[in-house]
Design a protein around this ligand. Structure first.
Ligand code: 2PG
Ligand code: MG
Length: 398
């Protein structure tokens, strides 16, 4: 198998137009690159994103220090390591850094390299990335969660819930799930005067309340000829860390009773463990920990022990390496937690998460609306994977 010859970092831009890091890994045969995404509603337990705060040429947002870590310490540390030895690569990266939250080298430097190595190894093996990442050549096409109304810190409107999503239920194929979503989004668009979109491609209108957003989505589902709750359900990401006015357990129980809501992410902030347990105990819908778990195995273990949720949102850059991400997914699935692979609000044309989802048989993917190329690229990648797998393509069921 090929060995790593050199690694190069460079500054590119994400979907919000902010600088981000791209890492390119070279073997004697070729190279592969990966682009690191960046969140806006970030939790304090996430791995550290290194930015050049003191440099003013990019308003403190450039990533040149992280790039220099890739070009020097990391490139030297990984030279001549087999590109397919992901466990070793990630172990070296973690050791080179030596801190809990990857504060020395920056999780952006580390993750860019970790993902690029993985992609290069797949190229060397001449298999698609999802095949390379799979443990036993068993795949599942995920159900998409499409964020069709954006609020919170992802939009400049007055909605404090961050994401109002639709989830197509019980479709036999990914293409059918996307077809339904497309019709609903087009019908929702017709109902709106302001059709500007937020960071994740969903509409970002000013509305009277969060409930009005839910009601408009229900209307657009019905106008499209689908039954809310049965054909299409509603999923929320409250992103409670960012709320000025926190919500209560009773608020959510009431919403669940009133509307066809099947999943709620981050209803409470990242350290409110008791409220999480109370809500999870009181409902049988999906309760998803994002900022709560931060794709961190220690926090997930606590959540499993304390029944704080029944699903985890998985974001590679919350933890910083591919291996640690795979371990978290494994632990979650062994404990019957649903795994939802997720984009960040600042994302790119990199489609790594689509392959990761299929390879780990995660039941759901969250990657924005059917708008903006950085979101649509993940859906297009999944359509390609589904097409490529042909009869072997199995759609996830909830
Ligand atoms: C979230 C994410 C992605 P951000 O909260 O789930 O939708 O947002 O990347 O801004 O943290
Ligand atoms: Mg979230």
């Amino acid at each position: 198998m090929a060995k790593i010859k050199n690694i190069k970092g460079r500054q590119v831009f994400d979907s919000r137009g902010n600088p981000t890091l791209e890492a390119e890994v070279f073997s004697e045969n070729g190279s592969a690159f990966s682009i690191v995404p960046s969140g806006a509603s970030t939790g304090t337990h996430e791995a550290f994103e290194l930015r050049d705060k003191e440099k003013k040429d990019y308003l403190g947002k450039s990533v040149f220090a992280a790039i220099s870590n890739v070009n020097n310490l990391i490139s030297k540390g990984l030279k001549n390591i087999e590109v397919s030895d992901q466990t070793k690569i990630d172990k070296i990266l973690i050791e080179l850094d030596g801190t809990d939250q990857k504060k020395k080298l920056g999780a952006n430097a580390i993750l860019g390299v970790s993902m690029a190595c993985c992609k290069l190894a797949a190229i060397e093996k001449k298999v698609p990335l999802y095949k390379y990442l799979s443990k036993n050549n068993d795949y599942l096409i995920p159900i998409p969660l499409l964020n069709i109304i954006n609020g919170g810190v992802h939009a400049k409107n007055n909605l404090d819930i961050q994401e109002f999503m639709i989830r197509p239920e019980k479709t036999n194929s990914f293409s059918e799930a996307i077809r339904r979503s497309f019709i609903i989004i087009q019908n929702l668009k017709k109902m709106l005067i302001d059709t500007n979109v937020g960071d994740e491609g969903g509409f970002a209108p000013n509305l009277k309340s969060n409930e009005e957003a839910i009601q408009m989505i229900i209307e657009s589902i019905e106008k499209s000829g689908f039954e809310p709750g049965n054909d299409i359900s509603i999923c929320l990401d409250v992103a409670a860390n960012e709320l000025k006015h926190p919500k209560t357990v009773e608020y959510f129980l009431n919403l669940i009773k009133k509307y066809p809501i099947k999943s709620i992410e981050d209803p409470f902030s990242e350290d409110e463990w008791q409220s999480w347990n109370k809500l999870t105990k009181s409902t049988n819908i999906q309760i998803v920990g994002d900022d709560l778990f931060a794709t961190n195995i220690k926090r997930l273990k606590k959540g499993i022990d304390e029944h704080s949720a029944n699903a985890i949102l998985v974001k590679l850059n919350q933890i910083g390496t591919v291996s640690e991400t795979l371990q978290v997914i494994d632990l979650a699935q062994k404990n019957n937690f649903k795994t939802i692979i997720s984009h960040r609000s600042g994302d790119s044309e990199d489609t790594f998460i689509a392959d990761l989802c299929v390879a780990t048989k995660s039941s759901q993917i969250k990657t924005g609306s059917l708008a903006r190329s950085e979101r649509v690229s993940k859906y297009n990648r999944l359509l390609r994977i589904e097409d490529g797998l042909g009869k072997l393509a199995k759609m996830a069921k909830i």
